[in-house]
Design a protein around this ligand. Structure first.
Ligand SMILES: [Mg+2]
Length: 307
């Protein structure tokens, strides 16, 4: 998962490639019930002050509860299946033309997919943060991974089984770390993902010293021996290391790679966290939460009503 924390700020931000779920620290007002009098007045209706705010409430509600999100995910996996079908019959098809060497057309076919918020749905973790009014921490994230309670994104398993059936090597390139891999495998196996087949591999962050949070080195590692036909992820960093810049640099990279998006790079929506968020505050997770929120608001381009 791509996240930042207050304890491993920059490292975590780079490691996880996405932003942390930022919880507002506002605490709920509490009332003390009078249990000694039968004539105690009825509790007053809840006021806005009684309901803590959280920056991730709507995003989490959408990711966990909306049929819209499920429909989008299913549509994207269907798109991925069609693209894979095309790629299998088009030997020149590659998602990483800058990384493939000569003769790549004859190499075995592979796809690379991220895990969190791409094929795995961690909305229960996000919901836990929101309802407890707290934010991401690496230790608690590991506890969550070890709980093996992630769900499958709608359409993910059917797509990956389609790939497996057609002899495509599946590389799970995740910023979950090596220690989190056994529980991740068990969680995914129980859900029905292809994880133990000969043609599946996990390339976790830190498996090799040079494999940090940026995924470019791992993608290049796969491209040495495979024709990589699809990249799949929810964060720009799942596709290019150019995701770390400011909003302007990210837009420039986005436009330069326009031929890939929706073609051989399939992006899944994630309004909960991501490098899109941290780009708004210079990717500096050391800034206090209020400062980060202020800079996110300042990054907006509002319409101004007349009068
Ligand atoms: Mg992800």
């Amino acid at each position: 998962m791509t996240r930042m924390t207050l304890t491993t700020l920059v490292a975590a931000s780079l490691a996880l490639g996405a932003g942390a779920a930022i919880a507002d620290t506002t605490t709920a007002n509490t009332t003390t019930a009078n249990t000694t009098t039968a004539t105690a007045p009825a509790a007053a209706p809840a006021t806005p002050a009684d309901v803590p705010q959280d920056d991730n409430l709507n995003a989490t509600l959408w990711m966990q509860n909306s049929v819209e999100h499920k429909a989008v995910a299913m549509g994207l996996f269907d798109l991925a299946r069609m693209r894979l079908h095309q790629a299998l019959s088009h030997k020149g098809w590659t998602a990483v033309p800058d990384m493939e060497g000569s003769g790549y057309e004859k190499k075995p076919v592979a796809i690379i997919t991220d895990l969190d918020e791409t094929v795995l749905d961690n909305a229960n973790y996000e919901a836990s943060l929101v309802t407890r009014h707290t934010s991401f921490s690496p230790k608690e994230w590991t506890d969550y991974v070890n709980s093996k309670t992630s769900k499958a994104m709608p359409g993910a398993i059917a797509f990956l089984k389609y790939a497996e059936k057609h002899g495509v090597h599946i590389f799970y390139v995740s910023n979950r770390n090596k220690a989190e891999e056994p529980a991740t495998r068990e969680n995914m196996k129980a859900l029905g993902f292809p994880v133990d087949a000969k043609k599946t591999d996990f390339l976790s962050k830190g498996d090799k010293p040079e494999w940090g949070s940026s995924k470019g080195s791992r993608i290049a590692y796969v491209a040495k021996d495979y024709r990589v036909v699809l990249l799949m992820g929810d964060n720009m960093g799942d596709f290019t290391d150019k995701a770390k810049g400011d909003a302007k640099a990210r837009m420039k990279a986005f436009e330069a790679d326009h031929k890939h998006w929706g073609h051989d790079w399939i992006v899944f929506p994630n309004p909960e966290y991501g490098s899109w968020e941290s780009a708004a505050f210079d990717n500096d997770w050391k800034k206090p939460a209020d400062q980060r929120r202020k800079e996110k608001i300042e990054a907006l381009h509002p319409w101004s009503p007349k009068g």
